[in-house]
Design a protein around this ligand. Structure first.
Ligand SMILES: *Cc1c(COP(=O)(O)O)cnc(C)c1O
Length: 456
């Protein structure tokens, strides 16, 4: 052993340090000993490369910091000041108070998840949510699973395994996070038959690709990019007419699955599940936590005989929805059925906030922060695989990073390192805060974070 390494404290000495003793009082001994070992090992490795040997205090501090970083409950609450309403990295849709209450009720106690309480017999966890989804979309039947990716996978596995599925080249897309339509088709055991070109696909392209081995026509909504210019695609109704003339079902992966008309909010029209059902689509797939504003879920609505095939498939059990999400989803769907979605569901409140109200909030923040802040016009985006390229006008609070070593990037990092973390955008070397996505009860914490970051 070389001379400096001799001075490296032993694990036992490190465990005796008051700071580590504090950890031993909170966490399991094995876990703390393991962490102490890792810290000493790392110190030994760097010391043998000529770095100075850390003191006992430094090592104890490292153990404490690691414990703080690794052993906390997560995900944690953060404040979304980006103005991106459905931010996938920030957990997509915040939930309504009623959804939260419903989730808490079934989580804290037992529930009639799979029991018909009146008859005292076994029931289906899908029973209740099915009524709501059918009433809202006009579909014959419905099934809810873990997320939309698994809904599409289940649909293809149940209907198309070992057979062909026709998809337009312009729709063989990647949704994000590695979810690619061609890969999902392969996983389901179906064969992808691509038709048309990237920008133009005609009804005749589909017609020419139909064979006795065709199991479905799949239409995929381009939820995260726009195709502009010289483009063509047949209306869904024409695809349905073609498919049905040959006994081939038409499946529609909508992505967001928005139950309200987004055009009423100054946005482009996002295709709606009820429109696809009306056009005759046999199965329609969409997410719970995009523009529906519910917990994570994958929703399938459509023809009863096909929905039943999905429900009976062995994969259905593997992608089953849990009771807590189900309770939150049902409570959210009820808001739509009662016509109170805009008043009660946070994402619709955010999307419908009047510009004047945003201006007032921005001014209030500017006054609370002081001369380092400026109010200026900007744009909020929708995000989360919905309404690509669509923006809503907003008022931003821009923070000057002048005098901060490291500039706007460092200021944004400081905001993220606050408790609770504040996530902001950087624009033209300034940190900008968009009031649209900040919930009313988060404002004080946001202002405290900003004052701290600017003063730190
Ligand atoms: C988002 C999206 C999916 C995946 O949905 P998740 O609920 O995130 O699993 C699938 N298809 C389309 C078109 C999407 O936009």
């Amino acid at each position: 052993m070389n001379e400096p390494l001799r001075t490296l404290p032993s694990i036992d000495r490190l465990l005796g340090h008051p700071q580590v003793q504090g950890l031993l009082a909170q966490f399991s001994r094995e876990a703390v000993v393991d962490l102490a070992r890792q810290v000493v090992e790392d110190a030994r490795a760097t010391a043998s490369q000529g770095q100075p040997v850390p003191s006992l205090d430094t090592l104890a501090q490292r153990v404490a910091r690691l414990a703080e970083h690794r052993w906390r409950a997560g995900p944690r609450r953060v404040i979304n000041a980006t103005g991106v309403v459905l931010h996938t990295n920030l957990g997509r849709a915040p939930l309504s108070a009623d959804a939260l209450h419903a989730m808490q009720e079934v989580a804290l106690g037992y529930s009639d998840l799979e029991m018909d309480v009146e008859e005292g017999e076994r029931g289906s966890r899908q029973e209740h949510v099915r009524y709501l989804l059918c009433a809202l979309t006009g579909a014959e039947d419905a099934l809810v699973v873990n997320n939309n990716a698994s809904a599409v996978l289940l649909g293809l596995a149940a209907l198309a395994r070992g057979k062909e599925v026709i998809v337009s080249r312009g729709e063989a897309v990647e949704i994000g996070g590695g979810f690619r339509i061609p890969d999902v088709l392969r996983q389901s055991g179906a064969t992808l038959v691509e038709v048309g070109t990237t920008n133009r696909t005609y009804l005749s392209d589909y017609e020419n690709a139909l064979t006795p081995n065709t199991s479905a026509i799949l239409r995929v909504h381009r939820s995260n990019f726009r195709l502009l210019g010289f483009t063509h695609e047949p209306p869904l109704g024409d695809l349905v007419a073609l498919g049905h003339s040959k006994g081939v079902p038409v499946l529609h992966d909508l992505g967001s699955g928005c139950l309200l008309d987004t055009a009423a909010f100054g946005l482009a029209h996002e295709p709606m599940p009820q429109e696809s059902i009306r056009a005759g689509a046999d199965l329609v797939f969409f997410s719970g936590d995009k523009l529906l504003g519910a917990p994570q879920a994958g929703i399938v609505v459509g023809k009863r005989s096909l929905v039943r095939m999905l429900a009976r498939h062995p994969l259905a059990r593997a992608v089953r929805i849990d009771k807590v999400s189900l309770a939150g989803l049902s409570a959210t769907l009820l808001h739509y059925l009662k016509g109170e979605a805009v008043a009660k569901i946070p994402i619709w409140q955010m999307l419908s906030r009047p510009l004047e109200g945003l201006h007032q909030t921005a001014h209030k923040w500017q006054e609370a922060i002081g001369p380092r802040a400026q109010v200026r016009k900007g744009e909020s985006t929708i995000g989360g695989g919905s309404l690509p390229g669509e923006t809503l006008p907003t008022w931003l609070v821009a923070l000057s990073a002048e005098g901060v070593p490291g500039g706007a990037k460092e200021l944004a990092r400081r905001l993220r390192s606050h408790t609770p973390p504040v996530i902001a955008r950087i624009q033209e070397e300034q940190v900008v805060l968009d009031p649209r996505t900040v919930l009313p009860d988060e404002e004080q914490a946001l202002l405290a974070a900003v004052r701290w970051a600017l003063g730190a």
